[in-house]
Design a protein around this ligand. Structure first.
Ligand code: AMP
Length: 282
C-alpha cells in the first residue's frame, strides 16, 4: 500500500490508472478509522480494481467552537488497518496544500436538503463537505465513491451534487455499522465517558422503538417524534439538537408517515454531539 500526501502525485497516479482501464474506488474519511469506515473499504475492494482511501480532517467543514482541534487523529494506525484491508493508496493531503493562503473556491448545494437537520445546527458544514468532496473527486478521479448511511444527510447532499454538477462517477451508500449494543460507530465515540457511553444507547433504542410504533400502525409524524423524545429524555445527560422525520429521498417535511422516511437524530452528551438515523418504509 502506498501513502501519498502530494496532490499532484495523487492526481498523476489516478490519471495513469484510468488510462490503463482500471476502475478506481474512493472512500473519503477523516481518519481515526473504525469498522464503519472499514465496511466502506471492503465494499470498494469488492467492486473496484483499485481502492483509494483519503484521510483528511477537513477544517472548512467544522464551525467555530466545534472540535476540529480535538478531533482524534492517528495516521499510522489508520495505515495499518488499511493495509490489512488491501487498500492500494492512502491519500493524506496537508491542509495547507488543500487550502493554500488566499483559497477562495467553494461548492455549495442549496435548498432544504442542506438547510435543515445538521445544516441548521452546523452552518457552513455542508459547504465544507461538498467543497472537499469535489476536490477529492478531481484529484482521485474515482469511478465509484463510498459514503456511509450513518451520515444520511451528507450522502443525500453528495448524491445531489454529483448528479447536478455531472461528476462522472457513481455514489454508493453503505449501511450503518453498530456496536453489539446498538451504538452507531463513530470516531467521536472516544470522547464519551463510561456514563455517557451507556446513556448514548437511547439513540438506537429510540429509533428501534419508533420503527416498532410505525409497524404497529402509527402514521402521525408528531406522535412518533414525541415517542422518540420521551425515550431520549430518559437519559439525564442527553441534550437534543434535533429529532426529524422527513421524506428519505429529499428530506421534504412530512405530517404523515408514508413511503420511505428517514428518522434522524442529533443529540449531545456533554460536549459530544452524536448523530444516528434509521430508514423506514411503509
Ligand atoms: P468520517 O471519517 O466520520 O468523515 O466518515 C467517513 C465515512 O465513513 C463517511 O461516509 C461516513 O458516513 C462513514 N461512516 C462513519 N461511521 C460509520 C458507521 N458507523 N457505519 C457506516 N459508515 C460510517
Amino acid at each position: 500500500m502506498r501513502t501519498i500526501t502530494s496532490i499532484t502525485e495523487m492526481q498523476q497516479w489516478s490519471s495513469i490508472q484510468k488510462k490503463n482501464g482500471c476502475r478506481i474506488g474512493l472512500v473519503p474519511t477523516m481518519g481515526y478509522l473504525h469498522e464503519g469506515h472499514l465496511s466502506l473499504v471492503r465494499q470498494a475492494r469488492q467492486d473496484c480494481d483499485l481502492v483509494v482511501v483519503s484521510v483528511f480532517v477537513n477544517p472548512i467543514q467544522f464551525g467555530v467552537g466545534e472540535d476540529f482541534e480535538e478531533y482524534p487523529r492517528d495516521l499510522s494506525r489508520d495505515c495499518q488497518l488499511l493495509d490489512q484491508e488491501r487498500a492500494d493508496v492512502v491519500f493524506a493531503p496537508l491542509a495547507k496544500d488543500m487550502y493554500p493562503a488566499g483559497y477562495n473556491s467553494f461548492v455549495e448545494v442549496y435548498g432544504e436538503i442542506t438547510e435543515k437537520m445538521c445544516g441548521a445546527s452546523r452552518p457552513g458544514h455542508f459547504r465544507g463537505v461538498t467543497t472537499v468532496v469535489s476536490k477529492l473527486f478531481h484529484i482521485c478521479q474515482p469511478d465509484l465513491a463510498y459514503f456511509g448511511q450513518k451520515d444520511a444527510q451528507q450522502l443525500l447532499v453528495v448524491k445531489k451534487m454529483v448528479e447536478e454538477l455531472n461528476f462522472p462517477l457513481k455514489i454508493i451508500g453503505v449501511p450503518i455499522v453498530r456496536e453489539a449494543d446498538g451504538l452507531a460507530l463513530s470516531s467521536r465515540n472516544v470522547y464519551l465517558n463510561e456514563q455517557q457511553r451507556q446513556e448514548a444507547l437511547v439513540l438506537s433504542r429510540s429509533l428501534q422503538a419508533a420503527q416498532q410504533l410505525i409497524k404497529d400502525g402509527e402514521r402521525d409524524v408528531e406522535k412518533v417524534r414525541v415517542h422518540i423524545k420521551d425515550i431520549i429524555e430518559t437519559s439525564p445527560q442527553a441534550q437534543i439538537d434535533y429529532i426529524e422525520i422527513n421524506r428519505a429521498s429529499d428530506l421534504a417535511s412530512l405530517e404523515r408517515i408514508e413511503g420511505k422516511v428517514l428518522i434522524a437524530l442529533a443529540v449531545k452528551f456533554g460536549t459530544t454531539r452524536l448523530i444516528d438515523n434509521l430508514l423506514v418504509e411503509v
